[in-house]
Design a protein around this ligand. Structure first.
Ligand code: PLP
Length: 402
């Protein structure tokens, strides 16, 4: 029996979130029932905040605070966009799906929303941004760090420096990069950073958080509230006055997030980043060996996922379905990339054996799909060969008896 057979008893989530969670999280989420208006929860919330500050390796710890929101990453982004701008103006930088979502959200809350939009997967041009900032009065600049739709990592330090030079606040969507990539909030001049529980941090979906400079949190109260639930000033007031959240938090998810952060810190932040990067490297080498091409340069990629061009003869929906039969879950491309790419994540509890299993399965599936495609063009003769390839497929969740 091969190692591949042994791991067929679960879905392997090769997605950029949700992810396969660690066993320690399964027990953490089942901890005792506590009341969120008791000191137990105060301690839990402060412990999570403390770990988030450690994760981000912030040296002057008192200068930053973190609020935790019950709601996915979008909630944290909307909290920032609706709480930070007031009557001022905001410039959204977009080179993908999630930059587009920041823009859409900002339009709802901020009348003076500006946009620099580039085609998906195109790196920003700092000169263009500098020129724009010099010729417009912009109070806040918003950018996605890791544009998950293409896998591209946008340059925090450069854009942060431009925002600072123009006197604007810099706010960043770090939903898919926090926990996998170095983000130096101090050096990159980031006023507010959002992230979520269910991507590189490896916990269950449902929580998000905003880390911000204490000084900037203090200043939020001067703006009129634009939402009730997602008002960062209210979250900050409850944190500083009561060590609590304004509304009923999803307490079991807080237990799980605390455990996930504990796991990251125990491993060592930089060690973990290196491990995720090495895993991406393993996947990328393996996929290049299958003659697959990537959407963007490897130097521009985040280490949490790889965006792969779909080979000409392959239908991406069929590819996904065949991989699912083998318990492997991947992403399809979105928007203008739909049908053209598939995405392979490498976060969560995936082992090197899982990666090897993925690569071997991908090879089989691609071969089968390509053989079937060539049969459609020149039918008959290759039927037998095709059957041999397909006969290897096992039903979903098949567990081989030990
Ligand atoms: C996933 C993602 C979001 C949205 O997060 P949800 O948890 O789905 O609400 C926002 N921004 C980026 C960059 C993401 O990858």
């Amino acid at each position: 029996m091969s190692e591949y057979d042994l791991i067929l008893d679960k879905y392997l989530l090769f997605t950029p979130g949700p992810v396969n969670v660690a066993e320690s999280l399964r027990s953490a989420i089942c901890k005792e029932d506590i009341c969120h208006r008791e000191t137990d929860f105060d301690a839990l919330l402060l412990a999570i905040e403390d770990k988030i500050i450690s994760l981000l390796q912030i040296k002057k710890r008192a200068r930053y605070r973190a609020v935790v929101i019950t709601g996915s990453g979008t909630a944290a982004n909307e909290a920032i966009l609706s709480s930070v701008v007031g009557d001022g103006s905001i410039l959204i930088l977009s080179n993908g799906e999630f930059g587009g979502r920041l823009h859409k959200t900002s339009l709802i809350h901020n009348k003076r929303t500006h946009l620099i939009e580039l085609p998906w997967g195109t790196p920003f041009d700092p000169l263009q941004i500098e020129t724009y900032l010099n010729s417009h009065k912009i109070d806040v600049v918003a950018m996605v760090h890791h544009e998950t739709c293409t896998g591209m990592l946008n340059p925090l330090a450069r854009i942060g420096a431009l925002a600072k030079a123009s006197g604007a606040l810099f706010v960043v969507d770090g939903v898919s990069s926090v926990g996998a990539e170095v983000i130096d909030m101090e050096a990159c001049n980031i006023a507010f950073l959002s992230s979520s529980s269910s991507k590189a941090l490896g916990s269950y979906p449902g929580l998000s958080f905003v880390v911000g400079r204490t000084k900037q949190f203090e200043r939020l109260g001067r703006h009129d509230a634009k939402t009730t639930y997602l008002n960062l000033a209210t979250f900050y007031a409850f944190l500083t006055n009561h060590n609590q959240t304004p509304n009923t938090p999803a307490v079991p998810l807080f237990f799980a997030l605390d455990q996930a952060l504990r796991n990251v810190l125990r491993e060592g932040v930089l060690k973990r980043y290196a491990r995720i990067k090495a895993r991406a490297g393993l996947l990328r080498v393996g996929m290049r060996r299958l003659n697959l091409d990537f959407l963007i340069d490897e130097a521009d990629m985040c280490s949490v996922l790889t965006t792969v061009r779909v080979p000409a003869t392959v239908d991406v929906a069929a590819l996904r379905a065949r991989l699912r039969e083998k318990s492997i879950i991947i992403y399809e491309g979105k928007g203008c990339l739909a049908g053209k790419v598939f995405q392979v994540g490498n976060i969560g509890e995936l082992s090197d054996a899982d990666i090897r299993f993925f690569l071997a399965t991908l090879k089989d599936v691609l071969l089968a799909l390509q053989t079937e495609a060539s049969d459609r063009v020149a039918p008959v003769t290759r039927k037998n060969q095709r059957l041999i390839v397909l006969s290897e497929s096992k039903p979903k969740h098949a567990r081989v008896a030990l």
